[in-house]
Design a protein around this ligand. Structure first.
Ligand SMILES: Nc1ncnc2c1ncn2[C@@H]1O[C@H](COP(=O)(O)OP(=O)(O)OP(=O)(O)O)[C@@H](O)[C@H]1O
Length: 289
């Protein structure tokens, strides 16, 4: 399957430059877009899904080019962050309607197949208003994958889901990545870690890192430490550290911190994606000052 190639992509809203020259090559599989609020993730996804045009730059997939959005739309499936459909319509009926809008042939078979993929067969006669939040997200994926799009774009996939639904939904995204490009945009690091092969980190309209999960995690190599403090020490000195997490064991507090220098009595840790991401953010913010 082809690569999705993004070159020199820029987007300005008036004077504000939301994307400042994005270069990315995305291969089949699950790909993460990670970044804080305002980094430009939604803007990039809206351009990818042809909802808005870029100000500059080029996107290509095989011999198809985004300068002609009509040709691109059948390639794309999109699950926006705030997805909803009429509450009174039944699941099966809603999907048939979407299949019609997408001009899909063999609608009944397609709808059956997507219902099976997202595990909603048992709910097919339920009204949308009767579904749980997790089921609505899965219905969102079902409508996105009708018509077999080659590129599936998912915004904040697990926002508002309970832990069990979150796990189920991540598994579904991994499965979709077996035969399409799945782009997942989020600021929830765990979603990317448990779903994606590769990820790009966006910050203020630029890609500041791009690589495998291990490569991004390794950005914090030699900077992540664990050590214990008594309760008294914890209250006195925790503020001095850039704490990633802390938990209490008996009378002690165990801290995981980011630090360029080795703290006293600390043990160096293998960085996770979250550590790498936090270190990248810390470095960028230091440069902004
Ligand atoms: N329609 C618009 N008009 C003006 N500025 C906009 C518009 N849409 C986005 N922006 C600005 O562009 C920047 C990037 O926004 P974008 O929504 O793409 O970021 P994001 O990474 O998706 O953030 P979030 O996680 O908060 O959705 C922000 O500074 C935002 O205020």
């Amino acid at each position: 399957m082809s690569l999705l190639q993004i070159h020199g992509l820029e987007k300005s809203y008036g004077k504000h430059r939301a994307l400042k020259g994005i270069d990315l090559e995305i291969e089949p599989g699950t790909f993460g877009l990670l970044g804080p609020n305002g980094a430009g993730k939604t803007t990039l996804m809206r351009i990818l899904t042809t909802l808005i045009p870029a100000s500059k730059g080029r996107i290509r997939f095989g011999n198809k080019d985004w300068s002609n959005p009509e040709n691109i739309r059948p390639l794309i499936g999109y699950l926006p962050q705030k997805f909803s459909l009429y509450q009174q319509i039944r699941v099966h009926q809603a999907l048939l309607h979407i299949a019609t809008l997408k001009g899909v042939r063999d609608k009944e078979r397609q709808v059956r197949s997507v219902l099976e993929k997202v595990n909603l067969m048992d709910q097919k006669n339920k009204k949308i208003g009767e579904l749980s939040g997790g089921m609505v997200r899965r219905l969102g994926i079902a409508q996105a994958i009708i018509g077999d799009p080659k590129i599936i774009v998912v915004d904040e996939p697990t926002a508002g889901l309970d832990p069990e639904e979150r796990i189920r939904f991540r598994k579904l995204l991994r499965n979709l990545g077996k035969d399409s490009i799945v782009i997942i945009s989020t600021h929830i690091v765990e979603d990317i870690e448990s779903t994606c092969h590769k990820t790009a980190v966006l910050y203020q309209g630029n890609v500041i890192a791009n690589g495998t999960i291990d490569e991004i995690a390794a950005k914090a190599k030699g900077k992540v430490w664990e050590f214990s403090l008594s309760q008294e020490e914890f209250y006195r000195s925790a503020e001095e550290w850039e704490v990633i997490s802390s938990h209490k064991t008996d009378q002690m507090y165990q801290l995981r911190v980011l630090s360029d220098e080795e703290p006293p009595n600390a043990r160096e840790c293998t960085p996770t994606l979250e550590d790498g991401y936090l270190y990248l953010m810390k470095s960028e913010r230091r440069n902004d000052r």
